[in-house]
Design a binder for this molecule. Structure first.
Ligand SMILES: *Cc1c(COP(=O)(O)O)cnc(C)c1O
Length: 389
């Protein structure tokens, strides 16, 4: 039987490499794997058969996790890494060489911005930023040596969307490797490969684990591109630990239910905030006031677990709000069963200049809330109390 539904695959795509027919996949804590004889060992190293060699290359737990993500994203193959940033970096470094140019949406994760601006330039790789909302003008930044397009949608923390269909057509027309960080949507809400993405990257640390326990990352795509990434990662060593893969593989079994609740709570929180007099503006993709609401409805199954809002009164008012929270956590992570509030301008995006921050919509009053799985009435009470504090 070849089930087609997301949930069924998330639960039933298990490794067949168990010894005792365990119903729940066991944890394979081993650095290497043995061979019955020298010939099998030789043949395995020559790429024949399906025996495993070494956990830096592959492991039953990481393979199971990758298989599930591939099913969810509609990808042929993947590689799992120790963190989301290891995945982002490998997805670039496996393909880019000195003299290449990268086109990137301006609204990308903070550390992705650091890789583009502070690390790749050491190796003679240049970049240009484009406006995520204005795909029609991206061609103006394309150069002869442009090789890759990097996109994140929705973005952090501005929740700006990139039109995936247009971006896919653009990448194809200019023969660019279309590389998308799909962490914020998760494969449950949006599958970019359908729109022509070549590489889909995730931080497993966020909603995939969903309980704030581990770091992890994964890259999926077509076999040919993943072969190049696998070569790069096998020899540079950012592999995911089997324990983390075991946790993530189990977590994916409940991703659909958790995301339904995260998104439902987030929408209710967004509506609540929009009606509050201390709030200047609310951003949430499935809120009708979002400037890209129609696009969000088209390409995202639900609005996601994050809401951004601007409190009236700037940095002081934002700090005052955070200090008034009793239930929500103050921490920089997101995608957790616990609701989390962050002030991006002074934390996750403090390394950007004020000008760079404003270009991606981060002003001093902006607060990002990752809405968890607690009862929404309790959350609204806590946030309401903090706003009136
Ligand atoms: C968190 C995050 C990353 C980095 O992931 P880590 O697991 O923390 O390394 C990359 N991209 C996005 C969109 C993220 O939210």
């Amino acid at each position: 039987m070849n089930p087609k539904h997301f949930e069924t695959n998330a639960i039933r795509q298990q490794t067949d490499r168990t010894q005792y027919s365990e119903h729940s996949t066991p944890l394979f804590l081993t650095s290497s794997f043995t061979f019955p004889d020298g010939e099998t060992m030789r043949d395995t190293f020559a790429g024949q058969g399906d025996k495993l060699i070494y956990s830096r290359y592959s492991n039953p737990n990481t393979d199971e996790f990758i298989r599930k993500v591939c099913q969810m994203e509609g990808a042929e193959a993947g590689f799992a890494t120790a963190s989301g940033m290891a995945a982002v970096f490998a997805s670039m470094a496996a393909f880019l060489k000195s003299g290449d140019h990268v086109l990137s949406s301006r609204a990308v994760f903070g550390s992705t911005h650091q890789i583009l601006t502070q690390i790749l330039n050491r190796w003679g790789i240049t970049y240009s930023y484009v406006d995520p909302e204005d795909v029609n003008r991206w061609h103006e930044q394309v150069q002869e040596n442009t090789k890759m397009l990097i996109v994140e949608t929705p973005s952090n923390p501005g929740l700006t969307l990139v039109d995936l269909e247009k971006a896919g057509q653009f990448a194809k027309a200019h023969k660019l490797i279309f590389n998308i960080d799909n962490c914020f949507a998760t494969p449950y809400l949006q599958q970019p490969i359908r729109y022509g993405a070549d590489l889909v990257v995730h931080s497993g640390t966020k909603w995939m684990d969903g309980q704030g326990r581990i770091l992890g990352g994964v890259i999926v795509g077509n076999q040919q591109l993943i072969d190049e990434i696998t070569f790069f990662c096998r020899h540079t060593g950012p592999a995911m630990a089997p324990f983390n893969a075991w946790i993530l593989s189990k977590s994916l079994e409940t991703l659909h239910i958790r995301m339904d609740r995260h998104c439902n709570n987030a929408l209710q929180m967004a509506i609540f905030l929009e009606q509050h007099e201390s709030i200047a503006q609310v951003r949430y993709p499935h809120l009708p006031s979002h400037p890209q609401y129609d696009l969000a409805k088209k390409q995202m199954k639900l609005g996601g677990g994050l809401v951004s809002f601007e409190v009236k009164g700037g940095a002081d008012a934002a700090m005052h709000f955070l200090n008034g929270l009793a239930l929500c956590s103050l921490t920089s992570n997101l995608g957790d069963s616990r609701t989390i509030c962050t002030h991006p301008a002074s934390t996750t995006h403090s390394k950007l200049s004020e000008e760079e921050r404003l270009a991606v919509g981060i002003n001093q009053g902006l607060v990002r809330i990752s809405v968890g799985l607690e009862n929404i009435e309790d959350l609204k009470m806590d946030v309401g109390n903090a706003l009136n504090y």
